[in-house]
Design a protein around this ligand. Structure first.
Ligand SMILES: [Fe+2]
Ligand SMILES: [Fe+2]
Length: 333
C-alpha cells in the first residue's frame, strides 16, 4: 500500500479508537477493526524504523553519551531549522497561517493521553516525570490552562474548526505514528523517544509561530498555546532528558536504540510535513539544515520570500486535493 493510502486508512481507523464506550458493541466487528488497524500500524511504523535504522547503528550506549546525542537532535535532527518557520514568523498572511495551523494542530494530537498511555509499567523515576508532564498538559488542574483548551481557543479564534480543507496525509501520519508508538507496548520506548524529542524541538518552532500570530494581530488569549510551548517545553525537555531518557537509555543498549529510533521517526515525520507545507504554501526552500550553525539561537539568513501571487504557488497538479491556502479558509461571516 502506498504511504499516503496507508496513513489515510489508519487515520480513519483511529478516529474512535480511544473513545469511552459501553459493552453493547459488535465484538466481532470491533476485533476485525482492531486487527486491521494493528497490522497497518505495524507496517507504517516498521517502514519508518527501516528508514532510520542506519542512523542509530552507532549511537552511544552509556546514559550520558546517549543524552548528548539526543540533545544534539535539537540542532542537527531532521526538519530542524526549517525555512518554513522564519517565513511564518515574518511573512505568512493570515489565511496562510490559518492553513498551516489547521494542518499542524491535526498533526500534534492529544499529547496528554499519549503520555498517560506510555507511562504504564515504566520504572518509578520515569513514571513520575511522565506524570508531571501529563499534569502540565492538563493545566495543573485548571481547565483553562489545559493545553487542549488552549488549542481549542486558538482554533475558535481563527475559525479553524469549520474549515473544509482536508488534512494532508503527512500531517495525519505524524499523529498516526505517535498514537501507534504509544498504544503498542512493543514500541513503548520508541514512544518515549518520540515524545521526548517533541519536547526538545518544539519550543523554537513555537516561538516563531507565536511571532507570526502576534504580527497578524491574533489576541493573546488565542495565542497562549504557542506562548506556553515556546517557554515551558525547554524545561520539559530538560526534565525528560534527566529523568526519563538518560536513565532508560542507560538501562540497556536495546532500549537506547529504541528511544533513538522513536526520536528520529518523529523528527522525520515532522520534516516530511514541513517540506509539504512549504510546497503547498509556495515557500522556496533555502539550504535545508545547516549542520554546523554557529549558535543555537542564530536565525537563518536569507529568509524565503513569500509568493503571494497565485500563479507562483504550487500547481494543483502537484497537490492531492489538500488545497493550499489561497483564500480557502475563509472566515465564516
Ligand atoms: Fe503541550
Ligand atoms: Fe511540553
Amino acid at each position: 500500500m502506498k504511504l499516503d493510502s496507508l496513513h489515510r486508512r489508519i487515520e480513519t481507523l483511529n478516529k474512535e479508537r480511544f473513545a469511552p464506550g459501553l459493552p453493547d458493541v459488535d465484538l466481532e466487528a470491533e476485533l476485525a477493526r482492531e486487527h486491521e488497524l494493528r497490522f497497518l500500524e505495524d507496517e507504517a511504523i516498521e517502514r519508518e524504523r527501516s528508514a532510520v535504522a542506519a542512523r542509530v547503528a552507532h549511537i552511544p550506549s552509556d546514559g550520558a553519551g546517549f543524552s548528548r546525542w539526543f540533545e544534539s537532535l535539537e540542532t542537527v535532527g531532521p526538519g530542524q531549522r526549517d525555512a518554513l518557520f522564519p517565513w511564518l514568523a515574518d511573512h505568512a498572511s493570515r489565511e496562510q497561517m490559518r492553513w498551516f495551523l489547521h494542518q499542524e494542530l491535526a498533526a500534534e494530537g492529544a499529547l496528554d493521553d499519549l503520555i498517560a498511555l506510555v507511562q504504564v509499567h515504566m520504572p518509578e523515576r520515569a513514571k513520575l516525570e511522565l506524570a508531571r508532564n501529563v499534569w502540565d498538559e492538563l493545566g495543573r488542574g485548571q481547565p483553562g490552562a489545559m493545553h487542549r483548551h488552549m488549542r481549542a481557543r486558538l482554533a475558535l479564534a481563527l475559525h479553524l474548526d469549520g474549515a473544509e480543507v482536508p488534512v494532508l496525509w503527512e500531517a495525519a501520519a505524524v499523529n498516526n505514528l505517535m498514537i501507534g508508538l504509544a498504544a503498542n507496548r512493543r514500541y513503548a520506548y520508541h514512544a518515549i523517544g518520540a515524545l521526548g524529542v517533541t519536547e526538545l524541538t518544539g519550543s523554537g518552532r513555537a516561538a516563531q509561530v507565536l511571532a507570526g500570530l502576534k504580527r497578524l494581530g491574533v489576541p493573546a488569549d488565542a495565542r497562549q498555546y504557542y506562548a506556553d510551548h515556546a517557554s515551558v517545553d525547554k524545561a520539559h525537555a530538560r526534565a525528560w532528558i534527566r529523568e526519563v531518557i538518560e536513565p532508560l537509555a542507560a538501562s540497556s543498549p536495546k532500549v537506547a536504540r529504541a528511544i533513538a529510533e522513536g526520536a528520529l521517526i518523529r523528527l522525520e515525520a515532522g520534516r516530511r510535513c514541513f517540506e509539504r507545507y512549504r510546497r503547498e504554501l509556495g515557500v522556496r526552500a533555502v539550504a535545508p539544515i545547516q549542520l554546523r550553525r554557529p549558535a543555537l539561537g542564530t536565525p537563518p539568513t536569507g529568509l524565503p520570500p513569500v509568493r503571494e501571487n497565485k500563479s507562483d504557488l504550487v500547481s494543483p497538479a502537484t497537490s492531492t486535493g489538500c488545497t493550499p491556502p489561497r483564500d480557502v479558509l475563509q472566515t465564516p461571516r
